[in-house]
Design a protein around this ligand. Structure first.
Ligand code: TYD
Ligand code: MG
Length: 452
């Protein structure tokens, strides 16, 4: 019998009988790859016959969790690694995924547990070189350079480690399937089999998944619904900080976040991210404003920097933003001109969030406005003020979520005054407020008058 072929989108897994230039499901260009139609060996899970159970008879089994050594990492996992769970760690190549998991392996193996680190990317020597940098000591850390799924599972079965790392899922392939390694069918099959292995043997497993800048996880995207937890590891190439957060967690909230600094000796947790991102802030310089944004449920102070300078050449003045939404910033500039009577005609405007952070929360609007006007007037903002508030198209300052959490963070970092939406201030009980001056503003014009 002739093998039937099928075209599968490597981005989302949609199947087509014929090749097309663009996947009509996820709209990715050039993502279809011809694969052989086959029944996945693990396809059609065999379930033992089950009976319906009365709701009130269902038992809640307390979950056993393993601490991974890094306290903030445990929080992101919802309180540690649940036994038998599968965690996908996604991130761009070079961001530090292997480093992070080797550190976890080091900490657990140092505590007498057996750890299996499978790598299909690097040789044992390369991993050891990295491990020496990270201070891996004698312990029960086993390395396995292997990409064949069946052999990996056989070794894991034999060793019965306390945790397993598979770096990366894209390199693993099942010899029972004819599709090429790295195709979506292979990646899915590997993830499915590892998932079942982890559950039956109660061995929690980390899967590394490479994703591209555009966030398409060639393959891993389609793994998101298979695994229990999806973590993202992000950062900018030319900055040392890295942010780890959960995108999905079957065993906990997805709101926690851990910040690390990549150093010569691996990733170091940054215990006070706000202080870290403000550490080089110039005091009393025009064009610098501190805002309090939320990342998940965690408040984070960031410095917004603006530079307004006369356009040298006639024609279109420049508008550049780094770390802020370009369109939103353009809207804010138009609004400041219209509602507060400033003119940016003939001015180039550059905006940046210090430290390589990016902010996508409208609560930073008020800080953007303050930084721009401060630079235009060449007048510094008071050094111990911080700002938050969303700005609407009529120049009104709108309430944002979690005002008290933000105010407390501002106070904890030693600021004396916070300017916030009047609506937020009115909703708060005075006696809950920490010892910091809170000023409310209803409009951009009023906010600017308060400061300048
Ligand atoms: P790596 O963990 O290999 O990234 P990934 O697995 O996500 O592809 O990290 C690679 C980068 O990290 C590399 O550019 C070197 C740097 N690095 C350090 O700066 N310090 C260290 O201690 C280690 C191990 C790596
Ligand atoms: Mg790696």
């Amino acid at each position: 019998m002739k093998d039937k072929t099928v075209f599968i989108c490597q981005g989302c897994g949609a199947r087509y009988p014929k090749w097309m230039g663009r996947c009509s499901s996820c709209e990715e260009w050039n993502s279809l790859v011809e694969e052989i139609e086959e029944e996945a060996p693990s396809g059609g899970l065999v379930f033992a016959p089950t009976e319906p159970v009365l709701y009130q008879d269902v038992q809640n089994i307390p979950r056993q969790r393993i601490g991974v050594g890094i306290e903030d990492f445990n929080k992101v996992l919802g309180g540690g690694l649940v036994t038998g769970s599968v965690v996908l760690l996604g991130g761009e190549p070079g961001i530090g995924k292997s480093t992070l998991l080797l550190q976890v392996a080091r900490d657990l193996a140092g505590g007498e547990s057996t750890v299996l680190y499978v790598s299909g990317e690097e040789s044992l020597e390369q991993i050891k070189l990295r491990g020496d940098r990270l201070g891996v000591r004698d312990g029960r850390l086993f390395l396995l350079a292997e990409t064949n799924l069946e052999r990996i599972l056989a070794q894991a079965e034999r060793l019965a480690p306390k945790i397993m790392v598979v770096d990366s899922i894209q390199t693993v392939f099942s010899a029972k399937m004819s599709s090429g390694p790295g195709t979506i069918s292979q990646v899915r099959e590997a993830a499915n089999q590892i998932f079942r292995f982890a559950k039956t043997r109660q061995i929690p497993t980390f899967l590394v998944g490479h994703i591209t800048k555009e966030g398409s996880l060639a393959g891993p995207k389609s793994l998101e619904h298979i695994v229990d937890v999806v973590l993202l590891f992000e950062g900018e190439r030319d900055h040392s900080q890295r942010v780890l957060r959960a995108m999905k967690n079957r065993f906990g909230p997805v709101s926690e976040l851990a910040v690390f600094e990549m150093t010569a000796a691996g990733l170091q947790p940054i215990l006070n991210p706000s202080a870290f991102f403000l550490r080089e802030r110039p005091r009393e310089e025009a064009g610098s404003a501190v805002v309090c944004t939320l990342k998940g449920t965690r408040p984070l102070l960031a410095e917004i920097q603006a530079l307004v300078s006369s356009t040298l050449f006639s024609g279109n003045p420049r508008r550049m933003t780094i770390g802020l939404d370009h369109y939103r910033t353009a809207m804010l500039l138009a609004l400041v001109e219209k509602k507060a009577g400033y003119s940016f005609a003939g001015e180039d405007i550059y905006l940046n969030v210090a430290g390589g952070l990016s902010i996508d929360e409208p609560a930073a609007d008020l800080g953007v406005v303050m930084a721009v006007v401060s630079s235009l007037k060449n007048m510094p903002l008071p050094g111990d003020w911080a700002f938050f508030g969303e700005v609407g198209l009529s120049g009104e300052i709108r309430s944002v979520s979690q005002p008290l959490v933000r105010i407390k963070e501002v106070q904890a970092l030693g600021f004396g005054t916070v300017l916030l939406p009047a609506g937020n201030l009115a909703s708060l009980d005075r006696k809950d407020l920490p010892g910091i001056e809170c000023l409310g503003a209803k409009t951009v014009r009023e906010a600017l008058q308060r400061v300048f």
